[in-house]
Design a protein around this ligand. Structure first.
Ligand code: NAP
Length: 489
């Protein structure tokens, strides 16, 4: 088989999907320079061009960067600049399309079936990430006032599919978990709204945070200070919050020796924590407490959250936390569960319910040739954004190897896309967009995103507190700005 043009669909336009698209385009370009022309009858060859369609369920690209990174972390949001360049980098092979084409506001599994994609492309890469909160099996977990961190993050980041208002009427709040998401949630709750005014936080969120009754945010780890999953910069940031005192408890640090920490990162963080232990109260109007050796056992309340109960823990001989028999209770009116995310399944692909991932070996989905996975849906919701790149490299490497070995099935759908005619202004016949048009799916495009991006930046520039952008929150509003008139066709 000679693959002249390799057609690949990627599901999910977060960092995982974009890195995969970019690496795939680069790899095919490099092969073109490096691989000799195939000799007739000598089997499969390398693809000499690639067309990538990047499907996204939201109208805008960037996934967790747009809807997961905290608004006061512009450094991380800056990754958007390089992702943007990746999507913009490959000019159109013909006039009709780009190498990587963004198709937003399309949910695979609802607007188009995974099988329909598999019929239209040589390969499909799942990069749907992990958007939901992992379940916490705890009595009282469903009481009003008990929230998943992912939902709160989606609210403060202006995700179109979550309610626009959030009850911030609690004066004391518990945050369960010792990872960076717990830090984000605790920081956004403890921070004074005025200090978020110049970020891209939506106005309704700012108004909600301004009205917050919070005075005390308690973060609880089920293990000790030496078991935290924070990263140093994110931890240090807590100590710099204006009008917020950090409170630590000496009993949690017994036997903790920073010099014996297994890595430098942890040593640095233990030193940071130690430096806060001696801090005198400044009389700040808000406090952020860090508690360790607290395993949650029950969220209490009659009709809504009024407290949380923990088993005090201590390390056993192997270092695992075991209950000491002591129970601690705290009066809180809200609980935020920041215990990790859970993978976003795609209808039609196998799914490991326990781990929340698509079963795969190094990105090749088991039992479904031509289907690949990358990012958090491949390896679970751990690791920083940069890790997603090495992950994509592995998946893309296998995809290319499979293409070269002739293991990918050519698109079979009657209307499978044909190459655009160079210089033609119309889309190739049988393009997947024809199918979406037939179904009246209001998909968005890269040009549409450029329009929405420019619109949000203009709103930011004209805002009373000049900001980089003001996010448009509503889904229909985003679609209307991206593709005027498409919703009322
Ligand atoms: P995470 O780093 O895996 O942390 C999850 C935390 O929840 C751990 O402390 C874990 O404790 C705890 N936990 C799990 N199950 C629990 C239970 N049943 N009861 C009590 N505690 C429980 O996950 P994450 O915070 O969701 O972050 C996900 C990834 O995104 C991480 O790699 C993180 O660094 C990254 N991220 C980075 C940033 C940033 O600003 N750089 C921001 C957000 C997220 P154990 O350790 O005992 O299991």
């Amino acid at each position: 088989m000679t693959l002249s043009t390799l057609r690949v669909a990627i599901v999910g336009a977060g960092p995982a999907g974009i890195y995969a698209g970019n690496l795939l385009a680069q790899a095919v370009a490099a092969l073109n320079g490096a691989v000799p022309e195939p000799v007739e009858g000598q089997g499969p060859s390398a693809p000499d061009a690639v067309e990538i369609d990047l499907f996204e369920s939201l109208p805008a690209p960037y996934g967790l960067i747009r809807y997961g990174v905290a608004p006061d972390h512009p450094r991380i949001k800056g990754i958007v600049t390089s992702l943007h360049e990746m999507l913009d980098a490959f000019p159109e092979p013909g006039a009709a399309r780009r190498t990587i084409r963004f198709i937003g506001n399309v949910e695979v599994g609802r607007d188009i079936a995974l099988d329909e994609l598999r019929e239209r492309y040589h390969a499909v890469i799942l990069a749907t990430g992990a958007l939901r909160d992992a379940a916490l099996d705890l009595p009282g977990v469903d009481l009003p006032g008990s929230y998943g961190a992912a939902d709160f993050v989606a609210w403060y980041d202006g995700h179109p599919d979550v309610p626009r208002s959030w009850p911030l009427d609690a004066s004391s709040v518990a945050v369960i978990g010792n990872g960076n998401v717990a830090l984000d949630v605790a920081r956004v709750l403890a921070k004074h709204a005025v200090d978020l005014r110049t970020t891209d936080v939506p106005d309704n969120v700012l108004a909600g945070l301004e009205a917050s009754a919070v005075t005390d945010v308690h973060v609880f780890g089920r293990r000790g200070p030496a078991d935290i999953k924070f990263t140093p910069i994110e931890l240090r940031e807590l100590g710099e919050l204006r009008d917020v005192d950090i409170v630590l408890y000496d009993e949690d640090f017994e036997g903790v020796d920073p010099t014996t920490a297994p890595n430098n990162q942890l040593k640095v963080m233990l030193r940071t924590l130690n430096s806060w232990r001696g801090r005198a109260s400044t009389g700040a109007s808000r406090r952020l407490h860090l508690h360790f050796w607290h395993a949650p056992v029950e969220i209490t309340g009659d009709g809504r959250v009024d407290g949380i109960r923990f088993a005090r823990t201590a390390p056993d001989a192997a270092g695992a936390p075991v209950p000491t028999g002591e129970v601690r209770e705290y009066d809180v009116q809200s609980v935020y569960r920041a215990i990790g995310y859970y993978g976003t399944r795609v209808e039609g692909a196998d799914f490991d319910e326990r781990r929340g991932v698509v079963p795969n070996v190094e990105g090749r989905v088991l039992g479904q040739p031509g289907l690949y996975a990358t990012g958090w849906i491949k390896r679970g919701p751990v690791g920083l954004i940069g890790h997603t790149k090495s992950d994509a490299l592995e998946t893309v490497g296998h995809l290319i190897a499979d293409a070269q070995a002739g293991l990918l099935t050519a698109p079979s759908a009657p209307g499978a896309p044909s190459l655009p005619t160079p210089g033609s202004l119309s889309l190739p016949k049988g393009d997947v967009l024809d199918l979406l048009d037939e179904r009246e799916t209001a998909y968005t495009t890269w040009d549409g995103w450029l329009a929405l991006d420019a619109h949000e930046r203009a709103l930011g520039k004209n805002h009373e507190h000049v900001r980089e952008r003001v996010k448009v929150v509503g889904r229909d509003e985003q679609v209307e700005i991206s593709r005027p008139g498409v919703l009322t066709r």
